[in-house]
Design a protein around this ligand. Structure first.
Ligand code: HEC
Length: 218
């Protein structure tokens, strides 16, 4: 008959170690295994919501609009989003944008990503040529006498000129005309706009950048 010998101390330690490690593994599968794929999925949704918003802000030529208080994301109501925008010290038009997304409810796990918003050439030209000293943009209150330059007001002004002079200008042609020959069509405002009739006063490149910029503003 075969005799079994007892375990040596080394074998005992190894055996206990093996039991300890494997039970740890089993426990972590029990504890984390069930929720792990889900948590991973949540993180992916959170990250892509934040990334999507930041991308949207970066390609927009209009300055970012901060929304510093968490609000539910449209289309993903279990997640909240907030947007902070801080002008840089070296250039008031450039802004550090921070998008934070938290969720899904009731979890408040947050993902934050940052980017640097650099204004388009048109936005820079708008400041450099001093257009902003007379004109307001988009939903801003216009400076008395100077028309608001969002796409909606420009379209309305273009329609008015077309019907008055039986022309068929497009919005972009109307913008060009308004900058090159501001006195060609007037709304009867007492304020007179500075004109930029030729490439000595404004290169075509700046005119195009300004046109694209103005048309990007609602
Ligand atoms: C001195 C003030 C002043 C400055 C500077 C100025 N504008 Fe104007 N702008 C006006 C006024 C006033 C009108 C309206 C003219 C009229 O009554 O027809 C106008 C009209 C326009 C229009 C037509 C808008 C519409 O609704 O008919 C555009 C486009 C425009 N400006 C763009 C610019 C751009 C771009 C710059 C900078 C390169 C600029 N303006 C600089 C005063 C100014």
């Amino acid at each position: 008959m075969r005799k079994f010998r007892g375990l040596s101390l080394v074998e005992l330690v190894l055996a206990l170690g093996l039991i300890f490690v494997s039970s740890g593994g089993v426990m972590s599968v029990v504890v984390a295994g069930v929720s792990w794929p889900k948590r991973n999925q949540f993180a992916t949704v959170r990250d892509s919501l934040a990334k999507g918003k930041l991308d949207e802000i970066m390609v927009n030529s209009a300055p970012p609009v901060p929304a510093p208080v968490y609000a539910p994301v449209t289309g993903a109501p279990d997640y909240d989003m907030k947007i902070n925008a801080t002008p840089t010290t070296y250039d008031p038009l450039s802004q550090v944008v921070e998008v934070s997304v938290r969720g899904p409810r009731p979890q408040l796990v947050t993902c934050t990503i940052r980017g640097l918003f650099v204004p388009s050439d048109g936005a820079v030209a708008f400041e450099q040529y001093g257009c902003s000293s007379c004109h307001a943009l988009g939903a801003n209150t216009p400076v008395p006498g100077s028309p608001n330059l969002g796409l909606a007001s420009l379209t309305a002004a273009k329609d008015a000129e077309n019907s008055l002079y039986s022309t068929s200008l497009t919005v972009s042609a109307y913008i060009d005309e308004s900058i090159r020959q501001p006195d060609k069509f007037t709304t009867g405002n007492p304020v007179v706009m500075t004109s930029y009739p030729d490439i000595m006063s404004m290169p075509q490149e700046d005119l195009s950048a300004l046109r694209t910029y103005l048309m990007s503003i609602p």
